[in-house]
Design a protein around this ligand. Structure first.
Ligand SMILES: [Fe+2]
Ligand SMILES: [Fe+2]
Length: 403
């Protein structure tokens, strides 16, 4: 009998415990729905910083926002600023009391403005009385809103929440634009590389036909760019111009595609008739470039046409095809012409062996390959020492091939 009573006692205790547990849970969920705008599952990871020396005020604000944000609190302006500087990306908003001993709310704002924090972080000023000059200065310094005490939780939550959302959206859009900018830059760099690859492939095909020493067009590219980047001759050109000119220089002899093999690869000196045919590689080069519509959208196209056309013109008017004189020849065609001559003299060709560096310098100074702009000659020889270094490996390669 006693045993049966014990069983009923245990059963009774179980029922009571279950009921209490159920009532606690019910009360908890009921209250959460009634008092909170957001359920616990909707709480974000956003953090707000409260700067206020008054512990009671901080507690009121903490209670108002703790279901929406992670809260950090600082009792002074100095600590608040240190906290913002140490965790610049962490905070979604700052709630700043005006009346703080030591550094006041307005002084904190001035300091935040100086270091650029108000542009990236919404600041709310909390004040008991709205003095006009304080309000004006606060707005001038970039404060987002001014909240009056006593704080009305529902209102202050809505005001802070909408500004935070606005900042988040603005930040998201800014990041999206930045990401798209980077993607576009990458795409345009890829197109540039593709273009350069196609141009180099075409120029290399011409080289093979011309039986020129390997890498001629690459060296013209490097020499042209080096002179324009490192001497006064390129001082009026932007880096983009220089890059385009260097790229265009690769195409200088593109017209040789249209020259018959008997003339192009003849080992000896050309007859006057053959030389006349050879000279047409300049005009034929322009004709060829004009027939590639895809090239015409490239920034280097105008340079490429001009260089293909005029890289055999000479300063004294004795060049071809037009016999242009002095500054009638564009600076870029002048540079490529000199680079072309320097490389042709420095390397072995079907019709000649490579000349020594000393001999090449003498021949250019003496105008044996035609006259060049004296200013260009000065600029070129101010960097020729550096340029000559790219021929060291070439000499070694040629020696090993000869062995
Ligand atoms: Fe040429
Ligand atoms: Fe050439």
């Amino acid at each position: 009998m006693e045993k049966q009573e014990n069983i009923w006692d245990i059963f009774y205790l179980f029922i009571v415990a279950f009921t209490i547990d159920f009532r606690v849970k019910f009360y908890y969920y009921k209250n959460m729905k009634q008092y909170n705008m957001y359920s616990l599952e909707e709480k974000t990871e956003k953090t707000i910083l409260i700067i206020d020396n008054d512990a009671v005020n901080r507690a009121i604000l903490r209670k108002t926002f703790s279901d929406l944000y992670t809260i950090r609190e600082e009792p002074s302006g100095y600590l608040g600023i240190a906290e913002m500087l140490n965790n610049q990306q962490l905070f979604s908003a700052v709630l700043l009391d005006v009346e703080i001993p030591g550094m006041s709310g307005i002084e904190i704002l001035r300091h935040m403005k100086q270091i650029g924090l108000v542009d990236s972080l919404p600041v709310f000023l909390i004040t008991a009385e709205q003095q006009e000059h304080v309000v004006k200065e606060a707005y001038d310094l970039g404060v987002m809103d001014i909240i009056e005490k006593p704080v009305i939780p529902y209102l202050v939550r809505r005001r802070v929440q909408s500004v935070v959302e606005l900042f988040e959206t603005r930040k998201f859009l800014h990041e999206m634009v930045e990401t798209q900018k980077v993607e576009l830059m990458n795409q345009s760099n890829q197109i540039l590389l593709l273009n350069q690859g196609m141009i180099e492939a075409l120029a290399t095909a011409i080289q093979f036909r011309d039986a020129e020493s390997g890498g001629h067009v690459n060296r013209i590219f490097e020499i042209t760019r080096f002179i324009l980047e490192n001497t006064d001759f390129g001082k009026d050109l932007s880096q983009t111009d220089i890059n385009n000119i260097a790229l265009a220089s690769i195409m200088h002899d593109v017209g040789k595609i249209a020259i018959p093999d008997a003339v192009l690869t003849k080992p000896g000196k050309l007859t006057p008739e053959e030389f006349e045919i050879m000279k047409t590689h300049t005009t034929k080069g322009v004709g060829l470039l004009e027939n590639i519509p895809q090239l015409q959208n490239n920034e280097f196209y105008e340079y490429a046409c001009d260089i293909a056309w005029h890289h055999h013109e000479r300063w004294d008017g004795k060049g071809y095809p037009e016999g242009l004189k002095g500054d009638e020849i564009t600076p870029w065609s002048q540079v490529v012409a000199l680079a072309d001559v320097y490389d042709a003299l420095s390397c072995k060709r079907v019709y000649k062996s490579a000349f020594s560096r000393k001999k090449v310098i003498e021949m250019i100074w003496a105008g044996q390959c035609g006259a060049f702009n004296p200013r260009l000659i000065d600029c070129f020889f101010s960097v020729e020492g550096e340029i000559s270094k790219m021929y060291r490996n070439l000499e070694q390669e040629e020696e090993s091939t000869a062995v």
